[in-house]
Design a protein around this ligand. Sequence first.
Ligand SMILES: [Zn+2]
Length: 446
Amino acid sequence: MIEFFNTLTGKKEVFKPIKENNVSIYVCGMTVQNRPHLGHMRAYVMADLIRRVFEYNGYTVKMIQNFTDIDDKIIERSREFDMDYRVFGERYIKEYIESSLKMNILEPYYYPRATQHIDEIINLVETLIEKGYAYVIDGDVYYKTAKFKDYGKLSGKKIEDLISGARIEINPKKHDPLDFALWKKAKEGEPYWYSPWGKGRPGWHIECSAMSMKYLGETFDIHAGGTDLIFPHHENEIAQSEAATGKPFANYWIHNEMLRIKGEKMSKSLSNFLAVSDILKKVSPNALRLYYYRTHFRSPLEYDDGSLKEASSSFERMKRFVMENQSGADIDGDLFDELIKNLNNNFNSPKTLGIMFSAIKDANNGIRDKQITANTLRKALEILGFVLEGEKKEEISDKVIDTVVGIRDKMRAEKLFEYADFVRDELKKLNIEILDSKDGTKWRIK
Ligand SMILES: [Zn+2]
């Protein structure tokens, strides 16, 4: 049984999947206008934790995480850099994927990009116009917010309050200040796609509705993202999707709180910008993961260098204990169950880690068996996504290939070409290519 806090109902609920033993998850991915920073990564480590807990519990997880690769800021910033918006965004997509792989974040089923789903977006906007939830004005299309009676159900905001709180409208084209753009007419020199309303580009909110429903269906299990997206982004996703389909959009919503520096939300507009790839030059991916896990994702996380260093030494302490004491012996079933129980209860990583560290303390004080404790912790660390032997494994497998290639060289020297060719062909099946030359034999992974 997995239970967690659902933003939509405002309470902790037992998870009930749409399809038995399956869970479909959509995570709002990056808008690729800048380098992925520690605030972004918090959301993706949370999503990875959620996914790993579901998989440990026997679920098949289908996770979709998008890239928003067109929006006003991308256009603006790519111009500042005098770059094509696609080339500009691609750098950050690459940087995100590289950092994410280093962090041992499991790859999603697919990383859809907004610009590759323009047809789906246009179809969805057309449906909303047909159903009377959207209107066209001079090449722009707007959503009629007040027509969606459930508007505000995720954020708890009331339409009346929003109306009275709305600022003086700068866009006189909209019928109502609360209406938001589904499609934006292209200004001179901006990237555009053809649509029934003229040349333009999609609004941000409609992209996520179109991409999530394309890959996960009209109703899916879990939608995740940062609390800064609850309003208006996620509220608008619900309004668009439910108005178009007449069905519930996502059954559960999970949000992570913000990472802050000196009380401010980290964002590129503040000068407090910490790129993940820079941080990973200073601390290991394991240390960074532990750093995130020490605070529940539903609590704000205040960044400082000290606590990152502290996470690093904590991880080393945990790793040393496990590596020095692990054996082929049993695990402590009670301790392990306790760890899983806390993960299944709102993905409580800080509590789980707390129990793990106190188990180490007990083992060092002779209260627990060191080997059994180390084996138990090792299993838990793997479920949590930590990598204990990654580098070591890579080093060993390189040495094994060197050895095999060396044996093949000896066969060739003895003119046992048939055997040497057999070895070459077998290695080829493993995508290892042998390159014979005058200077000796080299190999590479294809
Ligand atoms: Zn989104």
